[in-house]
Design a protein around this ligand. Structure first.
Ligand SMILES: O=C(O)c1cc(C(=O)O)c2c(n1)C(=O)C(=O)c1cc(C(=O)O)[nH]c1-2
Length: 242
């Protein structure tokens, strides 16, 4: 398969399975989430945010090529940042504050849904344990992330009072950060998936990752859109407020 054909195959996986197609995102971006549903999303998405630099550290720990480590480590810097200015993680907590939550509660990881924990943990383990090709390919959902971030910025500004340049700065930054990550990751996968088996493995890794993202929104929808179905131990509206 040519590089172009494999790229087309990977992009088709996103078109079919990326979480921008999930009903919860349609609600969120269309202004149909109530304040508690937005808060539940911010709390649960925190678990994913917090895991990203951990999975990138797991990736670096298995990477024996200094050039690759050098290219990859900016992902951790993007999320953790420096002591004074922080990074994406701190920007996420600004969003938490803007929707009325106590950032310390959100940062504690309390109230996260069981299925969210399982999905996020599966992603860290996958990147730690799978062959390097799959570990890189699993990050390629970021091919589709800038579009969803643009939709989110526009949708949240249009429909919700909490949206302002400060509270939305996480997504604004990602618009600049994700393209460099994905350009590197995609080129690496296209270079290294040089047999039909490896092409299938790269595609399977991307499908796995779309499942990680989809499962998180299924969990949110089930718990906070369907009445009376918040699992034991998960965030209850009113908890963790500023
Ligand atoms: O808001 C989103 O829908 C979304 C999706 C994804 C993704 O596709 O995995 C990431 C992000 N955001 C994101 O902000 C981010 O930093 C990020 C890192 C990664 C990764 O797999 O390394 N995905 C994503």
């Amino acid at each position: 398969m040519s590089r172009l054909t494999l790229e087309t195959r990977l992009r088709a996986i996103g078109a079919e399975r990326y979480h921008d197609r999930h009903p919860f995102h349609h609600m969120l971006h269309g202004g149909d989430c109530n304040p508690d549903q937005v808060r539940a999303w911010v709390i649960n998405r925190w678990a994913y945010q917090a895991a990203i630099p951990m999975k990138d550290a797991a990736f670096l720990s298995r990477c024996d090529d200094p050039d690759m480590r050098r290219a990859w480590r900016s992902r951790i810097e993007d999320h953790d940042g420096g002591v004074d200015e922080g990074g994406g993680i701190r920007r996420w907590l600004k969003l938490a504050e803007a929707v009325g939550l106590d950032p310390e509660y959100v940062a504690s990881g309390g109230g996260v849904l069981p299925a969210t924990r399982f999905a996020v943990d599966a992603y860290i383990r996958y990147v730690r344990d799978a062959p390097l090709l799959q570990a890189v390919a699993s990050s390629l959902t970021e091919l589709f992330a800038p579009k969803i971030h643009e939709q989110r910025i526009a949708g949240l500004f249009k429909h919700y009072d909490f949206a302002n340049p400060d509270s939305m700065s996480y997504f604004q930054h990602r618009l600049n950060e994700a393209p460099k990550d994905v350009a590197y990751g995609l080129a690496w996968v296209l270079d290294h998936a040089d047999t039909p088996e490896k092409e299938d493995q790269a595609a399977a890794a991307l499908r796995f990752k779309t499942d990680v993202l989809w499962a998180q929104l299924d969990a949110l929808y089930s718990a906070y859109v369907t009445p009376g179905s918040i699992p034991p131990g998960a965030w209850q509206p009113g908890e963790g407020m500023a």
